[in-house]
Each structure stands twice: as structure tokens, then as C-alpha cells.
Design a protein around this ligand. Structure first.
Ligand code: ATP
Length: 344
């Protein structure tokens, strides 16, 4: 388990003071995949570097595996760091060494029994689907393959925690998916705790169990991933989430008299089908489906439907009341602006 309690990080540079992390507290459970999201400069990297004390905090407490490590130095700190692997956006592989040696170096550096190194490297390569690349140099690998080598190297000494700083941000969609799959599998097979920073909400949706949202050095919201996507509280979270759950609708869709647009969010896979036919049957309104889609968050469906109701105002109100009793969330949309943006 990781506990950061009221952590502050302050940088002083050329007389300027930068309060990069402000009173940040998080608790990450053993075996959890915990994500930190937020815009550039929010303090995400700095906060994560506090976990292995690459960035010592100005104040606050850092507890890893039940031990208060805040003041650890020298050998004690090295021992703690052995339990914490880390991967980065730009992989940080040794370019002059083969894939095999990149991983073997990490084992040698920690006095892994010499006779067991080969078997361990091959086992790690298998875990990241790179068994055929042992003798290849990093320059001849794709970005996704490089990151997989970095994962194998970070896992070499069997850490309890893996820190990932924008580990998919330099990768295309396909390689990102592969990294997500591998991390999920590793997390499932061994109870390794993963703390993952990203600004990509699509990665958050697919990978994280829980999410902390950071803005200007502060943690503004923490929650279960499904809850963050379905009930975001902070305006920043709402805006991050809306980009993933955006729906494509014709631009400049204006409403006429006796028309109303509704955005419906529902949590069942096909929940809208009976709902729409029921509304058309029971109320004297016309229902147009403008757009609909289902996203999966942690494997659970979240449906979004944009509909237009036409009819008498009182009848529309009755239909709306009925719908709101049946679905997770209902919002009235006054217009669709340029770029498909919905105005509430
Ligand atoms: N070593 C440092 N010295 C001075 N200021 C720093 C240092 N490291 C980070 N900062 C500043 O602290 C703030 C937070 O930076 P940090 O890298 O943690 O943000 P981030 O959320 O990870 O952003 P990004 O995604 O762009 O890396 C930024 O304003 C950054 O310029």
C-alpha cells in the first residue's frame, strides 16, 4: 500500500518559488491500478516521483508498504527503491545494449544470482511478448516494443510497485492498447500495485481502477473510474470526461418551437431500446434519435443517447419526467454549436 499524506513540493529557481504539489493526499491499495490525470504542469510527475523519493517532499509523509520512508536515505532508501520499478514516456533504454542486456543489467546491478539471470530475462521477455527480440538493439524496435522492454526491465527485480509516467503518451493507438493489455495481465497475475500518470482519458477509462484528478498542484477529485466517468464533480474532471464521452452530432442543430433535445446517459447496454418505444407509445410526442453510443469503462457499459422530442410542451415535459425516472442521467440541450459542442 502507498500513502501520501499532505505532501507539498516546492521548487525554488532563480528566486522564483513554484509550489508544484500542494497538500496532496492519496492512498493506493495493494494490487490496485491507480491513475493520476490532469493537464500539463498540474504536478503529476512531481507527485509520483515523491513515491520513490526521487523528489523528496518539502513536507508531508510518504508511507510505502507500511513503512514511513519520508526520511529514508542511503542503503535504506536503495532497498525501498528496489521494490519500486518505474517506466517513462521516452523508455530510457541503453541504446548500445541488446534487449536481453538491457534487462540483464537491471538484474546484475542488484546482484541477482548469475546462474539464474538468463532464465529470468527469458521469463520477463515472455511476459511482455518479446521472446523473439532478445538479441535486437533498441533502435530496431517500435515505440511500443521499446516500452515493453522498459516494462520487463522495471519488473526484473520483482517490485511491489510499478510507477508509469506517461508511459503510453509517445505511442500510437495500437501500441497503447498493447501496453494496456500487458499491464492489466501483469497486474492480474501478480498483485503488483501500479500508479500511472497520463493526460489521455481513453487510457484512464481502459486501465485504471481508481483515478485522482490533479490541477495546479492539488488533487481535486478521487474516485472509482466508473464513478469518475459517470458522475464527475469537479469542473476539470467534467471537461476531461466529456472529451472521451463526446458524441458526434451535426453542427448548428437548432431547435424549433415545440422541440426539445435531451442527452440521456444510461448504464445498461441496451436499456434505451424499450425506453424509446415506450415513450413513443405512451406520450403524444415524436422521438428522433440523433446519436447514440456505448462506451465501456472498466468493462461496464455506459450509454449516451441524444434524442429530440417534438410535440406539445406539456406532453414533452411529461415524457421527459418519465425518461428521467428510467435512466441514469438526463440533460436538456439547448443547441449544438460548432464542432458538435452541446450547450446545456
Ligand atoms: N525540477 C524542477 N524545478 C523547477 N520547477 C519544476 C521542476 N520540476 C517540475 N517543475 C514545475 O512544477 C510544475 C509541475 O510539473 P510536473 O512535471 O510535475 O507536471 P505534470 O502534471 O507532470 O506535467 P507534464 O504532463 O507536462 O509533465 C510545473 O510548473 C513544472 O514547471
Amino acid at each position: 500500500m502507498i500513502v501520501l499524506d499532505k505532501v507539498n513540493v516546492i521548487f525554488k529557481q532563480k528566486g522564483r518559488i513554484m509550489h508544484a504539489v500542494k497538500e496532496a493526499s492519496i492512498t493506493v491499495g495493494k494490487g490496485e491500478i491507480f491513475g493520476i490525470v490532469g493537464p500539463s504542469g498540474a504536478g503529476k510527475s512531481t507527485l509520483v516521483r515523491v513515491i520513490n523519493l526521487l523528489q523528496p517532499p518539502a513536507s508531508g509523509q510518504v508511507i510505502v508498504g507500511g513503512q514511513d520512508i519520508t526520511r529514508f536515505k542511503g542503503a535504506a532508501l536503495r532497498n525501498v527503491r528496489l521494490k519500486i520499478g518505474m517506466i517513462f514516456q521516452h523508455f530510457n533504454l541503453i541504446s548500445g545494449a541488446t534487449v536481453y542486456n538491457n534487462i540483464a543489467f537491471a538484474l546484475k546491478a542488484n546482484n541477482y544470482p548469475k546462474e539464474k539471470i538468463r532464465a529470468r530475462v527469458l521469463e520477463l521477455l515472455e511476459q511482455v511478448n518479446l521472446s523473439d527480440k532478445a538479441q535486437v538493439y533498441p533502435a530496431n524496435l517500435s515505440g511500443g516494443q521499446k516500452q515493453r522492454v522498459a516494462i520487463a526491465r522495471a519488473l526484473a527485480n520483482d517490485p511491489e510497485i510499478l510507477l508509469c509516467d506517461e508511459a503510453t503518451s509517445a505511442l500510437d493507438l495500437e501500441n497503447t492498447e498493447e501496453i494496456i493489455r500487458i499491464l492489466r495481465r501483469i497486474n492480474r497475475d501478480n498483485p503488483i500495485t501500479i500508479v500511472f500518470i497520463t493526460h489521455e482519458m481513453d487510457v484512464a477509462r481502459k486501465l485504471f481502477d481508481r483515478i485522482a484528478v490533479m490541477a495546479e498542484g492539488e488533487i481535486v477529485e478521487v474516485g472509482d473510474t466508473y464513478q469518475i466517468f459517470t458522475e464527475p464533480q469537479h469542473p476539470l474532471t467534467q471537461s476531461l470526461v466529456s472529451r472521451v464521452l463526446n458524441i458526434e452530432v451535426p453542427e448548428h442543430l437548432e431547435l424549433r418551437d415545440q422541440e426539445e433535445m435531451l442527452k440521456i446517459t444510461y448504464t445498461g447496454e441496451r436499456a434505451y431500446e424499450p425506453l424509446i418505444s415506450k415513450v413513443s407509445k405512451e406520450f403524444d410526442v415524436l422521438v428522433d434519435i440523433l446519436h447514440g453510443k456505448i462506451e465501456y469503462i472498466q468493462g461496464k457499459p455506459l450509454g449516451i443517447l441524444l434524442i429530440k422530442l417534438s410535440g406539445d410542451a406539456a406532453e414533452i415535459a411529461r415524457a421527459r419526467d418519465y425518461i428521467s425516472g428510467q435512466v441514469f442521467k438526463i440533460e436538456r440541450i439547448s443547441a449544438v454549436k460548432e464542432g458538435g459542442e452541446l450547450n446545456g
